[in-house]
Design a protein around this ligand. Structure first.
Ligand code: MSP
Length: 695
């Protein structure tokens, strides 16, 4: 899969997280890699020499336990899983250039080299210390310092007591340098709201972290002290360098010298602390260049609920692809398009089969597919497949308008891809498609074709439509690599679409004649398609035995991990958010009791995090006659900017109280969804005035 290196092109190095191979890849975890594949394909079309790395994070206690449970050696266990993961990436058409796994022999050299460099540059940066604390094996996190029993506040399981002498990294010494980094390079952590979270976390004070484990055998041996193994995150993050040749020679291979630092580490929001705080500190200590951007995307839920094996609602990508393929629809492309078009990149989103089929039908079958086949059919019928040539001048204002729109859409879509705003990139392309649809209805080529006098006009109309479809095909390629290649050939091009450069093609000449047309996106009957998706998913689940209880404890690697919580004290769960369960029949209340609760419509006018309270947001809510300050335990589910402008329901006659030292004067009403009690704020479908009373 490795690409040849062309020294004349600028490089672009992007990475997915390195996956824990103890759980099967699902749509949520595959999302990061799908996104990276889109970016890699886009960047290639922009002329970059792209290196795209993915891989597996194979060390750590979780993997060791999973191997023990399976009764095999850890190295055999991870090797088999690696094979399975590579199969999934193949099936999903992921065109990576580099695959790294942390059990590969060179990785030991890499990790030890990074540690030694840090020790050499600053002898005090790594020191030996005594650690005692509670550690959650499943979530790989310290739950509390000291020996008191504690449950993991993510998974709820009892945490184990750890008591060992190990190596510590002086993270506390990097606080100022990290803050300077975020300040001078705001692009280092993206999106902006994530950077703000990281900054306030770092400002609240960093503690040194232990970076070795004495009890563990399954990992990289500590340099010159093989009794210890290196902490999983120090180990895993270094994989981004091992995969491009850091272990070679004294300072890495020529390829490493060329590719490092990474241009983007694409990750999920749950692992931002490791990437945006620990990783730059480890690299600073070693005196190595820092990655340019860490981009943390949101979480993919299943029908508003967290995917969890125990709930049986984990969505796997392979049966989706198979089910859609079985209708002759391009399953991979449909899945990619849905994930990118329906998820504002960086925010959480909800996955549903219904939404997937809906999006496929409206945008692919009815949108791009329909426009392409109509246009090609008319060129076939009226011009025997000869593509009309571009008119010398635009004699009609609407033609010129479409040409102008096409140019601005090309620019918009590229700008959006550049800032990873995939949803808007798709929006832009489909704006062009919709406008050309209207244009065809307006000029009715089928009527023009009946009048020989109107031949020239017919040519101009069909050229305009053809040219727009061609541009849309080029621009949609990164998201729809398979179907756009088919369309590309139907448009009369014989080249490999992914090897084309956007600059040249978007302004380049069109071929003389079209290729053979055939439907690319057959329309799906929604009920039938959803039924088949469910059927394939069920069959797939049955083919994969449910895990034993023991295995379950090591499954779901990072589901439910919350961003940046490790050093923060445990918070009460969504304290001020009402999570009302239905009152039991015996506890019915009178209407008078209900009338005691005053609820009003309020508009959130500002929302900000509360330092050292990672679950709380401080909100200012305008209820017409006054603005109330309210603390709400929703920080892990809502972004501040998502909330501003939202009309919510506020209980206004509660006693004020203080949460984490901040006054809260009211309570926002929310539904409590799923086992974890995810709050979903109650709001209104139509506009209602601020201050209106609820009865
Ligand atoms: N091994 C670490 C990463 C080390 S990187 C040097 C890890 N692995 S993981 O397998 O648990 O997660 C891999 C990625 O999948 C993470 O970016 C995580 O955010 C992402 N996702 C897992 N479930 C997800 C969803 N439901 N939705 C979106 N992304 C999710 O963490």
């Amino acid at each position: 899969m490795s690409q040849s290196i062309n020294q004349t092109m600028s490089k672009f190095y992007l990475t997915t997280p390195l996956y824990y191979p103890n759980a099967r890849l699902h749509v949520g975890s595959a999302y990061t890699t799908i996104v990276c594949d889109v970016v890699a394909r886009y960047k290639r079309m922009c002329g970059y020499d792209v290196a795209f790395l993915t891989g597996n994070d194979e060390h750590g206690e979780k993997l060791q336990r999973a191997a023990d449970a399976a009764g095999v050696q850890p190295s055999d266990f991870v090797a088999e899983k690696r094979r399975q993961f590579i199969e999934v990436w193949k099936k999903l058409g992921i065109d990576y250039t580099h695959f790294v796994y942390t059990d590969q022999p060179e990785h030991v050299t890499s990790v030890q080299r990074l540690i030694r460099l840090a020790q050499k540059n600053d002898p005090g940066v790594i020191y030996k210390g005594q650690y005692q604390g509670r550690y959650c094996v499943s979530d790989e996190r310290y739950v509390s310092d000291g020996t008191d029993p504690a449950n993991c506040d993510i998974c709820g399981r009892p945490a184990e007591l750890i008591n060992e002498q190990n190596y510590f990294f002086k993270l506390s010494a990097f606080q100022d340098r990290l803050l300077e980094l975020y300040d001078k390079h705001p692009e280092f952590v993206q999106p902006d709201f994530r950077r703000n979270e990281v900054v306030s976390f770092v400002k609240s004070g960093l503690r040194d972290i232990s970076i070795s484990r004495r009890r563990l055998k399954w990992g990289v041996p500590w340099p010159d002290d093989p009794e210890d193994v290196v902490y999983v995150w120090y180990d895993a993050l270094t994989g981004y360098m091992t995969g491009i040749g850091y272990a070679e020679g004294d300072e890495g291979s020529a390829e490493f010298q060329k590719l490092w630092p990474a241009d983007v580490h694409m990750i999920g929001k749950d692992i931002i602390r490791f990437h945006a705080i620990y990783w730059p500190a480890f690299l600073m200590a070693a005196g190595l260049p820092l990655p340019k951007t860490v981009f943390a995307h949101g979480w993919i839920y299943y029908e508003q609920d967290k995917m969890s094996k125990s709930k049986g609602n984990v969505v796997y990508p392979e049966p989706i692809v198979d089910a859609l393929d079985s209708f002759g629809a391009p399953g991979n492309d449909a899945l990619r398009y849905y994930l990118l078009r329906d998820t504002p990149f960086g925010q959480d989103a909800s996955f549903s089969y219904d939404g997937l089929v809906q999006r496929y039908n409206s945008d692919l079958a009815n949108g791009l597919g329909n426009l392409a086949s109509r246009t090609l059919a008319m060129i076939g019928r009226y011009f025997a497949g000869q593509i009309p040539s571009k008119p010398g001048t635009w004699s009609n204002d609407r033609d010129a308008e479409i040409e102008g729109l096409k140019k601005s859409v090309c620019q918009d879509a590229r700008d959006c891809y550049d800032r990873f705003d995939f949803l808007r990139a798709m929006d832009a392309i489909w704006r062009l498609i919709a406008e050309v649809d209207k244009y065809l209805v307006e000029f009715q080529p089928w009527v023009l074709a009946k009048d020989v006098e109107k031949r020239e006009r017919l040519e101009a109309v069909l050229f305009t439509a053809y040219d727009a479809v061609r541009s849309a095909t080029l621009l949609a390629y990164p998201v729809l690599p398979y179907s756009t290649q088919v369309l590309w050939n139907q448009l009369g091009e014989s080249s490999v679409l992914g090897e084309q450069k956007l600059d040249a093609q978007l302004s380049g000449a069109v071929p003389p004649a079209t290729g053979t047309a055939a439907p690319v996106f057959p329309r799906l009957d929604k009920a039938e398609a959803v039924a088949r998706l469910n059927e394939f998913a069920d069959a797939d689940r049955k083919g994969h035995q449910p895990p034993s209880e023991k295995e379950k404890t090591v499954e779901t690697p990072s589901e439910g991990k919350s961003p940046i919580t490790e050093n923060a004290p445990a918070q009460p769960a969504a304290a001020p958010v009402a999570a009302p369960s239905a009152a039991p029949a015996s506890e019915k209340i009178s209407i008078e009791d209900f009338a005691k609760v005053e609820m009003r419509v309020g508009e959130i006018i500002s929302a900000e995090p509360i330092p050292k309270a990672d679950k709380l947001l401080k909100l200012q809510v305008d209820i017409g006659a006054e603005v109330r300050q309210v603390c709400a335990g929703i920080a892990q589910y809502y972004q501040p900017e998502q909330l501003v402008g939202m009309k919510v329901v506020l209980v206004t006659n509660l006693q004020p109280r203080k949460l984490r030292g901040v006054e809260s004067n009211g309570m926002i009403v929310a539904a409590s969804v799923g086992d974890e009690g995810r709050p979903v704020l109650a709001t209104f479908k139509e506009d209602v005035p601020k201050g209106a009373k609820l009865r």
